[in-house]
Ligand binder design. Structure first.
Ligand code: ARG
Length: 695
C-alpha cells in the first residue's frame, strides 16, 4: 500500500448504447440512450477522477455498446489479469479486446474455464487492507468461479449471493472500505450472505444504504483515498460517510443507468490495496456433492422442483448426466453436481432435496452418528426427519428407520445389534444415545408421485369442494369398508364442531357400527357431547330447535361437574348418568379415546390429559398402525396428529374452511384428500352409507 495515486482503467463510451436487454435497467430503453450525453457524462467522471488517480484509457471496440463498463473486463491483482467469462453472450466478444489491451500493459492474463461465468471486478471486490475478496454470484458470476479464484489469487474468497436482479453485479450494492468497513444495500443479498457480512464486519462498521439511494446506484461508487465518487448520494448518506471521514463527489451518470451501470462500472482498479506480504494458499469453503434422481422426472416436474430448490437455496448445479425415459411409462435418471458456498449450506440444500427422493450418487458413506451429551438435546447438526420412509447406512448396510414421523431425530442405540434406528422426539433423547447428523448415509423413499393427467385421480390429493360431496363420500365409504374388511384401523380426530353441527349422532352411529378404532380429540367435544346427552343442548343451543336455551350457557359446566362427580366418563356410563352420544358409544364398544387438553379447556373432564407431553405420546400410540385417519373440523388436534403421522396413511380432512383443509391435505401425495364442507352434513352422508341398515 502506498500514498501515491492509484491506477484506474476507463474505457471510452464511443459505441455506448442500449441495444439489447440483459438486466432489468435496460428493459424498455433499447435505442433510447444518447451517445453524446453519455460521452459528456463519462468525460465529467474522467475529469473528476483525474486529479485523484492515474487514469489509463482503453479505446472502445466498434459495435460493443457495453464495453465502456470496463469493471467487467476482468479482475486485477498485482501483475495478474483474470479475464472475464461473460454469462451473457452479448458481451462475450469484449473479451478478446480486453485480453489484448491488458496484456499489452504488461499484465499476465489468466483465464478461467469457459463454463465458469465470471464478470470481473463487477462481481469481485477486495476488502482494502485485507487479503479478502468479496465475490457475488447468483445472477451473473458463477459460484464455481469463486473456487478457481481462491486458487489463483491465494486470498480468501467470500461468496455473497445476489437475489435482486436489479443489483445483478456485486459492485451495484456493495462497497468495501478501508479499516474494515463496508457500505452496502442489504436487500440485494440473501439471508445467509447477510449473516456472513455481519459476521465479518461489526455493526458500527457497516453502513446500510436506503432503497432510494441504492436505486440511484449510490453503491456503484469509486473510492480513491478519502473521496467517494458516485452518481448520487442523499444528504443523509453523505453525512454518514462524512462521519467516517469521506468526502462524497456526485456526478450525473444517468445515461449509463439506462444500461444498468454508473461510476464503478466505468472503472477498473489496476491496483489493489491489500497487504504486500507473501500470501499462502487458502482453501476454498465451497463444497459440492454428487446426487442422483430417478423416476418420472419430467412428467411429475420432480427435476424442475429439485433444481429450483438448489437455486433458491443459494446453491448451483450442473446436470452431469440425464437419461430421459423414452416412453410414458419409463423413468428417467439424472445425475447432478450441486455446489454451495459452504459446507453448512450444502448440507442444508441436500437435506431439503432428500424428501424428493434425491440420493447421493454412488457414494457409500455411512451415516454420521454423534452422541447425545445432554439428555433431551440433540447434537447441533442433527438430521430432522420427514414423513417419508427413511433408511440410513451403518457399516455399509442400509437400515430402515422405525416409527417414521416428521420433525423427529433418528436415534441409534449403540447396544442394539443389528442396529434399529428409529424416529425419536428431541425431548426423549437419552444421554449417550447416538443421533444421525448431517445428510450422509441418509436416503428417503419418495412415494411415486402420480401424474396430473388423470391416470390415477381417484380421491387424489386435490381439495374437493366443487365436486359433489356425496360423490366423494361414496368413494370414501367404499375405501373405509375395504379397510374394515381386512381388519385395518380407522382413527377419527374430531373437534367440538362435530357436535355443534349435529354430527354427533352420526359419529356415534359410526362408532357403534365398528367403523372407528380410536377417537382423538380434546376436552370440548366430549363436554358438548355429554351436555347434549344430558340437557339436549350443545354450548347452550338446543340442537333440535336450533335456538339458544335460557340459562343454557351453564349446561356444559353442569355436564362437566356431573362427570367429575362420577369420577370419569366410563364411570358416568356405568352409573347410567350418560346414556347416549359419542363418548357413550366409545365406552360401550371399547373404542379407546385420547382427550388432549389445552389452555382454553373448561373443567376439565377427569379423562382429559392436561399433561401435553403425555397427551402427545398417547396420540402417537393411538395412531400406530392406522390405515386411515379422518380429521374432522379440528385444526389444533388435526395438525397435532398430522405431525406424527408417517407417509402411507390415508388422511381425510374435512373442514368448512378451505385454508384448514389445504394446510392439512397438502402432503403432496395421493394419500391425502381434503373435503371442504359442513362436518355435520359430511358425517350424516357417511353414516348413511356405512350404517344404512340402522336407519
Ligand atoms: N449493461 C451492462 C450489463 O448488463 C452493464 C454492466 C454494468 N457493470 C457493472 N460493473 N455493474 O452487463
Amino acid at each position: 500500500m502506498s500514498d501515491r495515486p492509484p491506477t484506474i482503467a476507463m474505457c471510452e463510451p464511443t459505441w455506448f448504447g442500449v441495444e439489447y436487454v440483459i438486466n432489468p435497467w435496460m428493459e424498455g430503453q433499447v435505442g433510447r440512450a444518447s451517445r453524446d450525453v453519455a460521452r459528456q457524462q463519462w468525460q465529467a467522471l474522467y475529469e473528476l477522477l483525474r486529479p485523484l488517480a492515474s487514469l489509463v484509457v482503453q479505446p472502445a471496440a466498434p459495435h460493443l455498446p457495453d464495453m465502456c463498463f470496463v469493471a467487467n473486463a476482468g479482475l486485477v491483482l498485482d501483475d495478474l489479469f483474470v479475464a472475464s467469462v461473460f454469462r451473457v453472450r452479448q458481451r462475450a466478444p469484449e473479451v478478446t479486446h480486453d485480453r489484448a489491451f491488458f496484456a499489452a500493459r504488461g499484465l499476465r492474463v489468466v483465464e478461467l474455464p469457459d463454463d465458469q461465468a465470471f464478470e470481473g471486478e463487477g462481481d469481485a471486490l477486495f476488502q482494502p487492507g485485507e487479503p479478502l475478496l468479496w465475490a457475488g454470484y447468483g445472477v451473473r458470476s458463477s459460484l464455481e468461479s469463486h473456487r478457481t479464484l481462491t486458487g489463483l489469487l491465494d486470498v480468501e474468497v467470500v461468496s455473497l449471493r445476489l437475489v435482486d436482479q436489479r443489483f445483478y453485479h456485486l459492485d451495484t450494492c456493495f462497497v468495501p472500505l478501508p479499516e474494515g468497513r463496508v457500505l452496502y444495500y442489504p436487500a440485494a443479498f440473501d439471508e445467509l450472505s447477510l449473516r456472513e457480512i455481519e459476521r465479518r464486519i461489526p455493526a458500527e462498521r457497516r453502513l446500510a444504504v436506503a432503497e432510494a439511494d441504492a436505486l440511484r446506484f449510490a453503491c456503484n461508487a469509486v473510492r480513491v483515498g478519502t473521496t467517494i465518487v458516485t452518481n448520487h448520494a442523499s444528504e443523509t448518506l453523505q453525512e454518514r460517510l462524512a462521519g467516517w471521514g469521506y468526502r462524497v463527489r456526485t456526478t450525473a451518470l444517468d445515461e449509463f443507468l439506462l444500461a444498468g451501470g454508473a461510476a464503478k462500472c466505468l472503472c477498473l482498479y489496476l491496483e489493489q490495496e491489500i497487504p504486500d506480504e507473501p500470501r499462502a494458499p487458502v482453501a476454498s469453503p465451497i463444497r459440492d456433492a454428487g446426487l442422483e434422481l430417478h423416476g418420472h422426472l419430467l412428467d411429475t416436474t420432480l427435476l424442475n422442483r429439485a433444481l429450483d430448490l438448489v437455486a433458491d437455496a443459494g446453491g448451483s448445479f450442473r446436470v452431469e448426466h440425464f437419461e430421459i425415459g423414452e416412453r410414458h411409462d419409463q423413468p428417467s435418471v439424472a445425475r447432478l453436481r450441486v455446489s454451495a458456498p459452504t459446507e453448512e449450506r450444502l448440507e442444508w440444500i441436500v437435506a431439503s432435496l432428500l424428501p424428493l427422493g434425491v440420493r447421493s450418487a454412488g457414494s457409500s458413506l455411512d451415516a454420521r452418528l454423534e452422541p447425545v451429551t445432554i439428555a433431551g438435546v440433540a447434537p447441533l447438526d442433527f438430521y430432522a426427519t420427514t414423513i417419508y420412509p427413511t433408511e440410513i447406512q451403518i457399516a455399509g448396510r442400509w437400515h430402515r428407520v422405525g416409527s417414521q414421523r416428521m420433525d423427529a431425530v433418528i436415534l441409534v442405540d449403540p447396544d442394539v445389534d443389528p442396529p434399529q434406528p428409529r424416529c425419536t422426539l428431541m425431548r426423549d433423547l437419552p444421554l449417550g444415545a447416538r443421533v444421525v447428523c448431517g445428510v450422509d448415509g441418509v436416503r428417503v423413499q419418495r412415494p411415486p408421485v402420480t401424474r396430473r393427467d388423470g391416470d390415477f385421480a381417484f380421491m387424489s390429493a386435490s381439495v374437493s369442494s366443487e365436486r359433489r360431496v356425496e360423490l366423494v363420500v361414496e368413494e370414501l365409504a367404499w375405501e373405509m369398508r375395504r379397510i374394515r374388511a381386512r381388519d385395518g384401523r380407522i382413527v377419527v380426530v374430531a373437534g367440538p364442531v362435530v357436535i355443534h353441527t349435529g354430527g354427533g349422532r352420526h359419529l356415534a352411529a359410526l362408532i357403534r357400527s365398528g367403523t372407528v378404532q380410536a377417537l382423538l380429540t380434546g376436552n370440548a367435544l366430549p363436554v358438548h357431547d355429554i351436555e347434549l346427552a344430558l340437557y339436549g343442548t350443545s354450548l347452550g343451543v338446543d340442537l333440535a330447535r336450533g335456538e339458544g336455551v335460557h340459562g343454557g350457557h351453564q349446561h356444559h359446566l353442569k355436564a362437566i361437574n356431573r362427570v367429575r362427580a362420577a369420577g370419569s366418563i366410563r364411570a358416568a356410563v356405568e352409573q347410567e348418568i350418560l346414556t347416549s352420544g359419542v363418548m357413550y358409544e366409545c365406552v360401550r364398544h371399547g373404542v379407546p379415546y385420547v382427550l388432549a387438553g389445552s389452555i382454553r379447556d373448561d373443567g376439565p373432564l377427569p379423562d382429559t390429559q392436561m399433561d401435553l407431553i403425555e397427551a402427545q405420546a398417547a396420540c402417537a400410540r393411538a395412531i400406530e398402525g392406522a390405515d386411515m385417519i379422518l380429521l374432522l373440523a379440528s385444526m389444533l388436534h388435526a395438525i397435532g396428529v398430522g405431525n406424527m403421522t408417517p407417509a402411507g396413511v390415508r388422511l381425510i380432512c374435512v373442514d368448512i374452511s378451505p385454508a384448514v383443509v389445504t394446510k392439512l391435505a397438502d402432503r403432496g401425495s395421493v394419500e391425502s384428500t381434503g373435503i371442504v364442507t359442513d362436518v355435520g352434513l359430511f358425517l350424516n352422508l357417511l353414516a348413511r352409507r356405512l350404517c344404512g341398515e340402522e336407519r
